[in-house]
Design a protein around this ligand. Structure first.
Ligand SMILES: NC(=O)c1ccc[n+]([C@@H]2O[C@H](COP(=O)([O-])OP(=O)(O)OC[C@H]3O[C@@H](n4cnc5c(N)ncnc54)[C@H](OP(=O)(O)O)[C@@H]3O)[C@@H](O)[C@H]2O)c1
Length: 254
C-alpha cells in the first residue's frame, strides 16, 4: 500500500494533492494547523477510499514533527513525503516586516527541515522513498514585492537541487516543486493580477505527474517557468528596474 505524507494538507495545493492521491489501497498521513479543515479534507479522502491519518500540528515544532513522522512510518513505511506547508506575508500591501521575515523562514524553511530530516533518516537505510519539496517560481529571483518569501523558496530550491544528488546515492528521489500562481489560501490574499493563475486540482495533477517521474524540478506553468529562467539570465540592474514597480505584500500575519 503506497503511503504518502503531506504537510499543509488542510488547504490549497496540499488539500488538492491529498485528494488527488486519495484512492483505495493508498494510505495518507495529513497535517494541517486548522483542526476542522484538516479533518474535513481527511474525510473527503476517506470517501474516495483512502486510509487516512490526520493530525493538527505546527511544522515549527521540531520534536513533535520528528515523533509524528516516525509514528506515521511505523504504521506503514513512507513512500513519499511532500513538504508543502508554507506561508507568505499576504498580498498587495506594503512589504514584509522583520517579524514576518523571521516567521516566513521559520515555517517555509525550518518547518520543511522538520518534515524532511526525520523522513530521510527513516528512508535512507531501506534505500527507498521520495521527498518532494515545495518551493516556488518566486524562488528563481528575489523580488521587491516579497524578499523574504522569495528567499525562503530560493533556499528550498537550491537545497533540494543539492539534496537530490546526495540522496540519489542512497536510492532516494528528491523533487523540487516550483509552481506559478495557484488558487489557494495564499493567492486569494494577493491584490494584484496573477498571470496564468491555475486551479489547485490542476496544479496537483502536474505535481503528481512530475513526482511520479522523479523529475528534479517541477516548474509550471511553462510560460512562467520560462520567464523566471530568463530573469535569471538578464543583467541584475535591468531586472531591478523591471521589478521595481511590482506591488508589495501586505503586512499581515500568516
Ligand atoms: N498558491 C500559490 O500561488 C503558490 C505558488 C507557489 C508555491 N506555493 C506554495 O505552496 C504551498 C502551499 O500553499 P498554498 O498556496 O496551498 O496556500 P494555503 O492554501 O494557505 O495552504 C498553506 C498550508 O500550509 C499550512 N501551514 C501554514 N503554516 C503552517 C504551520 N506553521 N504548521 C503547519 N502547517 C502550516 C496551512 O495550514 P492551516 O491552513 O491549517 O493553517 C495550509 O494547509 C506553500 O509552501 C506555498 O508557498 C503556493
Amino acid at each position: 500500500m503506497p503511503h504518502i505524507l503531506i504537510t499543509g494538507a488542510s488547504s490549497g495545493v496540499g488539500e488538492a494533492l491529498a485528494l488527488h492521491y486519495a484512492a483505495p489501497g493508498t494510505s495518507l498521513s495529513l497535517l494541517g494547523r486548522d483542526g476542522a479543515r484538516t479533518a474535513a479534507v481527511a474525510e473527503r479522502c476517506r470517501a474516495k477510499g483512502a486510509t487516512v491519518d490526520a493530525v493538527t500540528l505546527d511544522v515549527r515544532d521540531a520534536a513533535a514533527m520528528a515523533d509524528w513522522v516516525k509514528a506515521c512510518d511505523a504504521r506503514h513505511p513512507l513512500d513519499l513525503v511532500i513538504a508543502n506547508a508554507g506561508v507568505s506575508a499576504g498580498g498587495g500591501g506594503v512589504g514584509e516586516t522583520a517579524e514576518q521575515t523571521r516567521h516566513i523562514f521559520s515555517i517555509n524553511v525550518e518547518g520543511l527541515f522538520n518534515t524532511v530530516f526525520p523522513a530521510v533518516e527513516l528512508m535512507r537505510p531501506r534505500k527507498r522513498g521520495q521527498i518532494a519539496l515545495m518551493s516556488s517560481i518566486a524562488g528563481f529571483r528575489g523580488l521587491p514585492s516579497a524578499p523574504a518569501y522569495c528567499a525562503s523558496k530560493a533556499a528550498i530550491k537550491v537545497w533540494g537541487e543539492g539534496l537530490r544528488g546526495q540522496l540519489a546515492r542512497d536510492g532516494l528521489g528528491v523533487s523540487v516543486i516550483c509552481p506559478g500562481f495557484v488558487e489557494s489560501g495564499i493567492s486569494k490574499r494577493n491584490r494584484f493580477p496573477m498571470p496564468f493563475l491555475m486551479p489547485a486540482d490542476r496544479a496537483a495533477r502536474i505535481i503528481a505527474q512530475g513526482i511520479g517521474a522523479n523529475r528534479g524540478r517541477i516548474a509550471f506553468p511553462w510560460p512562467m517557468a520560462v520567464m523566471a529562467w530568463i530573469m535569471t539570465t538578464l543583467p541584475d540592474g535591468l531586472i531591478g528596474a523591471l521589478t521595481a514597480r511590482l506591488p508589495h505584500k501586505e503586512r499581515l500575519g500568516g
